[in-house]
Design a protein around this ligand. Structure first.
Ligand SMILES: [Zn+2]
Length: 103
């Protein structure tokens, strides 16, 4: 009977480990790493290619990020307001999407 509990414990440990590793892989995939690891410079270059010169700015804390992270904006003009979660000041804030030359 003691053997059974050893096997049971070992099985549980293996199961738990695979669940944790599975969650880690899933969450990494959701953060945008479909093709392995990208260097920050390469990531930034991709964002710039998707929305050259466009940036998104939080109206409360002035936190600015390249807009290419969220979507593409190639042939556009003016500025656009949107609502979103700011990871910098932690809350639902108004954002303005504007070109670097207009900021
Ligand atoms: Zn903010």
């Amino acid at each position: 009977m003691k053997n059974f509990w050893y096997i049971f414990t070992a099985f549980n440990v293996v199961l738990l480990t695979s669940v944790i590793v599975g969650f880690a892989i899933l969450s990494r995939r959701q953060r945008g790493h479909p093709a392995g690891k990208l260097t920050p410079e390469e990531q930034l270059r991709r964002w710039q290619a998707r929305a050259p010169g466009w940036q998104i700015r939080c109206l409360k804390c002035d936190f600015t990020e390249p807009y290419g992270k969220y979507g593409s904006r190639l042939r556009a003009a003016g500025r656009k307001y949107t609502l979103g979660y700011c990871s910098h000041c932690r809350g639902i804030r108004f954002y303005v999407i504007e070109h670097e030359s207009a900021a």
